[in-house]
Design a protein around this ligand. Structure first.
Ligand SMILES: [Zn+2]
Length: 469
């Protein structure tokens, strides 16, 4: 049997001189995976099997991206001019709505495909797409209710990135069931509509190793208690383990409005009414009370931190040192996709704390003195939980999703293994130190190049020109 036919039938393998496993860096690691793309062997101090190639640099787990609104990638950089002295998240949102008004299925697919390729090249091997533009212009339903969802699925498949698709329930413009704004017409649905869409998607695009589904009540301001209950109940009936994501406590106005409407802070309100557990991802959770930090950490839910977008939108600071000290679970997302960089998200999370507390290595711990190693491991673990997929790093039974770093890149070259992630996260030398990217054991980026990147860029350019015209 030739090695090529062996790989086709039995999966594949790679031998890494250095690899970042769950318990830290190891040398001479043999990685093997089966034809389904799941790791079957992760063996340190191994001897190389001649059938499998040698990785051309250090190997790190692929990073799950737990929060993305793909279409917003096309408006990155367009809202950085002051419209009035009180520019805020809310004025940004008005522009985002105008932009979303013009989106067609072609635009969404072109933007998503290009974006997902960029994510892969940055080291993200999975994405949770928080998908809320469901209908055609003015809220007119598409003949196929899954029109946009299928565009996203197609883009992810073409790119080769793992996808957790989260159709979003959006009903109201504010607390107290305020009627939606005209610009929100394309987002509006009901729990029944979302559950029907999920049933249709599971039927036509069944879950597999690289694809799964969850649901996302947009935020407490956009759903009612009754519709939140109906969505959660319906989702659990159809898929007990499906992830549930929600934007929560991103803005102080949202917290104030929640207190005015319900007499409680958003996270407190949610915990009093739902069984929030490890299947939940609370996106942002920026403005929390002490009790709320503790409650989330105890629940096992993942907090979805999106430091670049949160900085871009002026959201505020998540108290990461406190939450980490409580053992809280978290991961990172690219959210508005104003930036697509694993390294920048982790770096900004740490730098925010350094600036705030005038200290260094703020998110290190006694157990994990190397900040980057601890952040990277935690973000993979939390991100994996948020995806609802088996993508929790280089461990037997998980997907063979990983990156081979460029051993000649100045950020990582000639370092001992324990210095590699520090270089990867904190050292800017221009260019991406990610060389090869594997998802489900398949090399989707080779030498920093994705086979579809040129055609995806051409389509993206057409879509952008159209949207900006
Ligand atoms: Zn978001």
């Amino acid at each position: 049997m030739t090695s090529a036919s062996y790989v086709m039938e039995h999966g594949g393998g790679l031998f890494a001189s250095a690899a970042f496993l769950f318990d830290g860096w190891h040398r001479d690691v043999a990685l093997r995976w089966n034809a389904a793309g799941e790791l079957t062997h992760v063996t340190p101090d191994a001897t190389r099997d001649a059938r499998f190639p040698r990785a051309r640099g250090p190997v790190i787990p692929g990073m799950p991206n737990l929060h993305s609104h793909a279409f917003q990638r096309a408006m990155a950089g367009l809202t950085e001019t002051r419209g009035n002295p009180a520019d805020s998240f809310w004025s940004w949102r008005t522009l985002m709505y105008r932009f979303a008004d013009r989106l067609t299925p072609f635009h969404l697919e072109a933007i998503s495909r290009h974006l997902y390729i960029e994510m892969l090249k940055a080291g993200y091997t999975s994405v949770c797409e928080f998908h809320y533009v469901h209908h055609a212009a003015n809220g007119k339903p598409y003949a196929n209710p899954a029109e946009h969802a299928e565009r996203i699925i197609g883009a992810a498949q073409d790119a080769g990135i793992g996808l957790t698709l989260l159709p979003v329930l959006y009903q109201y413009s504010g607390f107290g069931e305020q009627p939606p704004l005209a610009h929100q017409a394309r987002f509006i649905s009901s729990p029944e509509w979302i559950l029907d869409l999920l049933a249709r998607l599971r039927r036509d695009h069944p879950t597999h190793g690289a694809l799964c589904y969850g649901a996302a009540p947009h935020s407490l301001r956009a759903v009612s208690e009754a519709s939140l209950n109906a969505l959660v109940r319906g989702l659990r009936h159809d898929d007990l383990d499906a992830p549930l994501h929600i934007h929560v406590a991103e803005q102080t106005k949202e917290v104030d409005d929640c207190i005015a409407a319900h007499g409680q802070r958003p996270v407190q309100w949610l915990f009093d009414r739902q069984t929030v557990d490890a299947r939940w991802c609370l996106v942002h959770a920026t403005h929390l009370s002490n009790a709320e930090y503790a409650a989330i950490a105890k629940s096992g839910a993942t907090v979805g931190l999106c430091p670049t977008t949160e900085a871009n939108l002026g959201d505020g600071f998540f108290d990461a040192p406190r939450y980490l000290a409580d053992g809280g679970r978290w991961g990172i997302g690219s959210d508005s996709n104003v930036g697509v960089s694993v390294r920048a998200e982790l770096r900004l999370l740490e730098y925010g704390q350094r600036l705030l507390h005038r200290s260094r290595n703020a998110l290190a711990s006694v157990a994990e003195p190397a900040v980057a190693d601890g952040l990277y491991r935690a973000a993979v673990t939390g991100g994996a939980a948020a995806t609802g997929r088996e993508v929790a790093g280089l461990r037997v039974g998980q997907r063979a999703d990983f990156c081979v770093l460029d051993a000649d890149h100045p950020a990582v070259m000639d370092r001992t293994p324990s210095q590699i992630l520090s270089g990867f996260v904190f050292c800017e030398h221009g260019g991406e130190p990610v060389r090869d990217v594997y998802t489900g054991g398949r090399a989707v980026v080779v030498d920093g190049y994705h086979a579809q990147q040129d055609s995806a860029f051409a389509d993206y350019r057409v879509a952008l020109k159209d949207l900006l015209s």
